[in-house]
Design a protein around this ligand. Structure first.
Ligand SMILES: [Zn+2]
Length: 79
């Protein structure tokens, strides 16, 4: 099953397989998060250089955010 994750800033979507490996890969490619919101590598660069830079949650939290995203998508599929 594939899941779309979406950048909360620009709306860019990336389709990933819902596996842990892919969640890790997305983070390695530069996605980050603030709260539950995900941001694409391009927007992360902009945020980093803004006054919100220190709000970026980093790898661990972003992994959890992506797993939540995947679980929500799974639940949505059941309905
Ligand atoms: Zn973006």
């Amino acid at each position: 099953m594939k899941v779309n994750i979406m950048c909360s800033n620009c709306g860019k979507r990336e389709e990933i397989e819902n596996t842990v490996d892919n969640a890790v890969q997305i983070i390695k490619s530069g996605w980050d998060s603030i709260g539950g919101a995900l941001y694409c590598p391009k927007c992360v660069e902009v945020i980093k250089n803004s006054r919100y830079g220190d709000r970026l949650a980093g790898e661990k939290h972003t992994f959890i955010a992506i797993m939540h995203w995947i679980l929500n998508a799974r639940n949505g599929e059941k309905e």
